[in-house]
Design a protein. Structure first.
Length: 116
């Protein structure tokens, strides 16, 4: 199932607004959102730019909105890249929990280093 409706609503636009932006009819957008038809490659590319997500995210093939680019990864270790990729696969609450755990471990490390 695609995420067109979800992305459109997140952006706060109506089907008719998306249809105008993509230069097509509202019925086409409705058909995509209900799964009766699939958008073509050109429409997917335009929506990926509009919603700032990957085509795979729109189509529901991944939960990662924007995969890391080589420019994003410049200077990161393989472990750091793996952590970022895995975080993108987790629900937001799990991401928040992991961030809190990491912050706590860093705090403990600083406490040990300062002799407290």
């Amino acid at each position: 199932m695609n995420r067109i409706k979800e992305l459109r609503q997140e952006k706060g636009i109506l089907q008719s607004d998306l249809a105008k932006l993509l230069k097509m009819g509202q019925a086409t957008i409705s058909n995509w959102e209900t799964g009766r038809h699939e958008p073509d490659q050109e429409a997917l590319l335009e929506m990926s730019k509009l919603f700032d997500v990957s085509i795979d995210y729109i189509l529901g093939n991944t939960d990662i909105k924007n995969p890391l680019t080589s420019e994003d990864m410049n200077g990161l270790t393989e472990k750091q890249i793996k952590i970022l990729e895995m975080m993108g696969e987790l629900p937001e609450q799990d991401q928040d929990d992991l961030i809190q755990q990491a912050e706590y471990r860093i705090w403990l490390k600083h406490q040990k280093e300062s002799g407290q």
